[in-house]
Design a protein around this ligand. Sequence first.
Ligand code: ZN
Length: 385
Amino acid sequence: MDFIDRKYILLSSPYLQNFKDTGKIFKIKCIYCGDSKKNPNKTRGFFYVTDDNKTRYKCHNCQVNVSLYQFLTDHVNHLCRDYRMEKFKDNFVHTEKKEEISFEYTKSESQIGLENKIKSSNVLKYCKHISDNESAYKYLLQRKIPENHIDSLYYVENINIIRENLAEYINGEKLPDVEAIVIPFYNKDWVLTHVQCRMLNTGESFRYLTFEVEKGHEKVWGMNNIDLNKEVFIFEGALDAMCVDNAIAVAGASLNASQKFYDDNLKDYTMVYDSDYVSNTEIFNQIFKAVDHGNKVVLYDDIFVNTYMIDGEPKKLKDVNDLVKYGVVSNINKYLIANTYKGLKARLILSSLSINQLTRKSKKWENKNQSSMSGMKQRLKIKRT
Ligand SMILES: [Zn+2]
C-alpha cells in the first residue's frame, strides 16, 4: 500500500470502530451502513489496493466502493487537506523522478501481532473514548496535551496485557498491576518500534516503562510526525514533545545517548533538557557535552526562577509542560527559539551557572558523596551492559 495512504488510514483509525490491521488490508466496522446490527464485532468494511495501485474502501455489506480520498471527505474531513497536499507533493516528486521506487511496507510477525492488539478495542482503548478511562483522559487534559496527540494515545487497564502480547517479554517477570497511558513510537516510515507506558497512580518513582516492539530501532518518539526541513526540538519525554511543534523525544536514557541518531537523521535540531540542569550536576554535564559537540541547546530564562501565582497559589515552574499547563507563555515554540544558544554564548551562560554551583561549597561533603555515588552508578551500568 502507498505509504501516504497507509499513514492517513492510521491517522483515521481513532474515528473508526473495530479497526484491524491485518498487515495487508485494514478492516473496520463499516461506517457507511453501520455494519451488522446483530453482531457488533463484524468488520465488513475494508481498505484495499487496486491493480493500478490505488487505495480504495469497500464494504461487503452495503457494497459501497469509494476512493480513500472520498472516504476521508465523508468521515474524517479534517484530514483531507493534509492528505491532498501530501499526495500532490508525492505525485510531483514521482513525475520528476520516474524511476523512484515506491515504498514497500514490511512488518515482522510480532509487530503485526501487537498492532492488531493495539487497534482491537478489547485490549487497548483510545484515550479519547473518555467513558473507558476517565483517569487517563483527565491526566492528558490537565497536562494540556493537544487533541490531535490525544487521538493517537491508548489506555490499558493493566500494563501486563502489553507484556503478554510481546514475544520478547511474555516469559519475563510479571509487572505490577497498574493502569497506564500507552504511547506508540513510530519511526519515520510509520513502523511501530516501541510502546511506552505512562503509569497512572504509581507515584513519582515508577512512572515510565518502554517496550521494544521491533529490534534495531532508536528509542525515539515522534519521527513520523516531524518535518525534516524545519528545526526539530528534542525532549526527554514524549508528553512534553507533544506540546511543541516539530518535536521528538527520547525514552529513558539521557538526551545525549542518541547523539549519533540525531546527526544521522536530522538536519537542524535543538536539544531541550529539563530545567533542573541548574541544580543537577549530571544533567549540567550533559548539556556542556552537547554544546561541545556543537549542538544548540535551550537555556531557560528567569521564568523558572520566579514563583508564579497560579489560581491564587504560588507555584514554582519546573518544565516546559508547566509553561503550557499554566499558560505562562502563549507560544511555546517561540519561547524555545528565543532561549536557544550554542557555542561560546552557551558556554558563557553555563559557566555562570557552574560558578553558582561552586559557591555551594558549604555542601562540600555532600557533593563529594554524591559524585562518588554517581560514579558507582556509572560503573554498575557499564557492568550490566
Ligand atoms: Zn457498509
